[in-house]
Design a protein around this ligand. Structure first.
Ligand code: NAP
Ligand code: MG
Length: 476
């Protein structure tokens, strides 16, 4: 598969109407490695109109069995091209190759799940009081805009595109400017698998140009977004005009709560990767660790020792666990947080520096002595930085956990079943794991409470989000 360099519209690659191009930098080498067409408002207009034609002209009314067949074929081809997808991801965002391979496989699994979901998802019949016959229909919406970020570019594109298509919609996919290659590969592969032209369009281009044009386009019925809370808020505001449906998966500041009765040794050894994986650029990163005081000191020692063993380096090497940050700008942002933390009295237990001269690398960093009001305790850093604090009282700890405006994810470590259930109920977040750090399951809903978002990706919940619910009453 060749490195994509154009927009993917109507089943084929083409240049942007305005002729605009942008370049991509490999974050591991800091070098420009390719250039690529950047869409403008005219391209959005053409892509949305073509998607609307594809919806009205056949995709909407295609037999569900046929949709299933095409989605399964897409999954099969994604597996055939998994190595290409993984290589593109390494090049554009510096993701370690072993993670990139896993994520290529995850994308294929998402298509398999929603291929099967087509035949499992439908309406109900309802025993209405006045008699007669009442049933509900789950109908496709039309053209959906999917706007995705650069941290998990390929799997997030799949987990928006697959359920939207499975539910009978057409999709215009806007990848992040830093990570267009795997989204374009998805468009190309889906069409090679038999997806009709126009059903999936892929428009790389700037958020303010392509994103805004999509969100305000009258034919776009739903916007499914993953990214920053700030842009999510902006999209929700624009969507209000036409009462467009939105689903938003935004930032997080997820807690990792370790009780003294837990297998805290296991927690300490596994927790570093719950925040440092993907170099901390993960909305589910467990970046606030609360440890019951009696095990705080030994927990920190183990956590720091495990952190020092992490392999930070060339993302093309199979043993690498942490690649570079995605861009110079992202590293600047993270370093500004670290400078701020030092100023307010935090201690750096390990990390804090740049491990390599070239590439946007940063060492995984453990902060101690962080106060509840400090920026690095309250705000999403989106880099390899964790803060660990002791707690004495469960209720006071939970008050601090829930004081965050975010509520995406979190972990609870305890051997007590009743405590696990009590704390899982109390933590205000959309996704929790007990004695584990696993947040994403293709079959289960994924999304946030409060400022972490609205609506759910994955599972059958995502299918609901890509359909309108209609009730039909038939008199007898
Ligand atoms: P972002 O600006 O929210 O980008 C996410 C997506 O939204 C990208 O495709 C982006 O396009 C697009 N976008 C930007 N402005 C838009 C607009 N006005 N209308 C419609 N779409 C628009 O995120 P970022 O700037 O890359 O990252 C900033 C911070 O966001 C991170 O540090 C992190 O805290 C958070 N973040 C969270 C997640 C998550 O998984 N929840 C993912 C990424 C980032 P362009 O790339 O072309 O700007
Ligand atoms: Mg941005």
């Amino acid at each position: 598969m060749k490195l994509p360099g154009q927009l993917f519209v109507d089943g084929a690659y083409r240049d942007s109407a305005g002729g605009g191009r942008s370049s991509l930098i490999n974050p591991a080498t800091e070098e420009v490695f390719t250039t690529l067409a950047a869409a403008n408002a005219a391209d959005v207009q053409a892509a949305v109109e073509s998607a609307q034609r594809a919806w009205e002209g056949g995709w909407r009314d295609l037999a569900p069995g046929k949709r299933t067949e095409i989605l399964f074929k897409i999954a099969r081809l994604l597996r055939d091209y998994a190595e290409h997808i993984a290589e593109f991801e390494v090049l554009q965002i510096g993701k370690p190759i072993s993670d990139a391979r896993d994520e290529a496989g995850l994308g294929a699994r998402v298509f398999e799940y929603y291929a099967g979901a087509v035949s499992q998802f439908g309406g109900q019949t309802l025993p209405v009081a006045r008699g007669g016959f009442d049933f509900t229909l789950r109908q496709s919406m039309g053209v959906v805009a999917a706007i995705v970020p650069w941290n998990f570019p390929f799997p997030i594109a799949c987990w928006k595109v697959a359920p939207a298509l499975a539910a009978g919609n057409c999709v215009v996919l806007k990848p992040a400017s830093l990570s267009p290659l795997t989204a374009l590969a998805l468009g190309e592969i889906a069409h090679a698998a038999g997806l009709p032209p126009g059903v999936l369009q892929v428009l790389p281009g700037s958020g303010s140009v392509v994103g805004d044009a999509l969100v305000t386009h009258p034919l776009i019925r739903k916007v499914s977004f993953t990214g920053s809370t700030e842009v999510g808020r902006h999209i929700m505001g624009l969507a209000a005009r036409d009462i467009k449906r939105v689903s938003l998966e935004l930032g997080g500041k997820s807690p990792n709560i370790v009780f003294a009765d837990a297998d805290w040794q296991k927690a300490a050894e596994t927790s570093p990767m719950s925040v440092f994986a993907n170099t901390g650029q993960d909305c589910c990163a467990r970046s606030r660790v609360y440890v019951e005081r009696s095990v705080f000191q030994p927990f920190v020692e183990r956590f720091v020792a495990a952190t020092r063993k992490l392999v930070v380096g060339d993302p093309t090497h199979a043993e690498t666990q942490l690649g570079p940050l995605v861009s110079a700008g992202q590293r600047d942002t993270v370093e500004a947080f670290l400078a701020d933390a030092r100023r307010t009295g935090a201690t750096v237990a390990t990390g804090g520096g740049r491990p390599h001269a070239k590439g946007y690398y940063l060492e995984p960093t453990v902060l101690l002595n962080v106060g509840p009001g400090d920026r690095c305790w309250r705000e999403e850093i989106f880099g390899p930085v964790v803060a660990i604090t002791p707690f004495d009282d469960e209720a006071a700890m939970l008050r601090d956990v829930n004081a965050s405006p975010f509520g995406l994810s979190g972990s609870i470590w305890t051997q007590s079943l009743s405590r696990a259930l009590r704390v899982a109920r109390a933590v205000q977040s959309g996704v929790l794991s007990v004695n584990s750090h696993s947040s994403v399951h293709v079959e289960a809903p994924f999304g946030g409470f409060k400022s972490s978002g609205l609506g759910r990706d994955l599972g059958m919940s995502a299918m609901e989000g890509y359909t309108e619910l209609k009730n039909v009453y038939v008199a007898e």
